[in-house]
Design a protein around this ligand. Structure first.
Ligand code: HEC
Length: 118
């Protein structure tokens, strides 16, 4: 039986983190901003929504993609908020941001859609 030293999974995770970090640098230069201007919001975004909403393979409407967000925005703010909190198809409940407040969800959706919400 081969013996895997306990360091191996850690090394694999580090490699994964580096790969993911690398992807983040590939952000579309045409996008208005790669992160919300508010630092606290940017930190929440980086740890949650960005994982999917900056990743075309996820099927999520991408941050800064106004065309993808237009039909979603047309549903109205209440529906977007409800889907953010309860989940909606591939969108997990709370968008994995368990500590996010309603105001923060609205700010995050506003940032991603390019359409400030209140
Ligand atoms: C694990 C991946 C994932 C994460 C993390 C995630 N989303 Fe999503 N989100 C999706 C996918 C996929 C969709 C598209 C769902 C569909 O229409 O099938 C989506 C759709 C949405 C929608 C549109 C819902 C609608 O009614 O059309 C909103 C709003 C949204 N996400 C907000 C957020 C916010 C805010 C965060 C961070 C707090 C977040 N998401 C994090 C995957 C994710």
């Amino acid at each position: 039986m081969p013996f895997f030293p306990p360091l191996l999974p850690a090394a694999a995770l580090t490699t994964l983190a580096l790969l993911l970090g690398g992807c983040r640098d590939d952000s579309d230069p045409a996008a208005p901003q790669a992160a919300p201007a508010d630092p606290a919001l940017a930190a929440l975004y980086a740890n949650t929504c960005q994982t999917c909403h900056a990743n075309p393979a996820s099927g999520a409407p991408l941050a800064g993609d106004a065309a993808a967000w237009a039909p979603r925005l047309a549903q109205g703010v209440d529906r977007l908020l409800e889907h953010s909190i309860n989940g909606y198809q591939g969108m997990p409940p709370m968008g994995l941001c368990m500590q996010c407040s309603e105001a923060q969800f609205l700010a995050l959706i506003g940032y991603m859609s390019g359409q400030p919400l209140h």
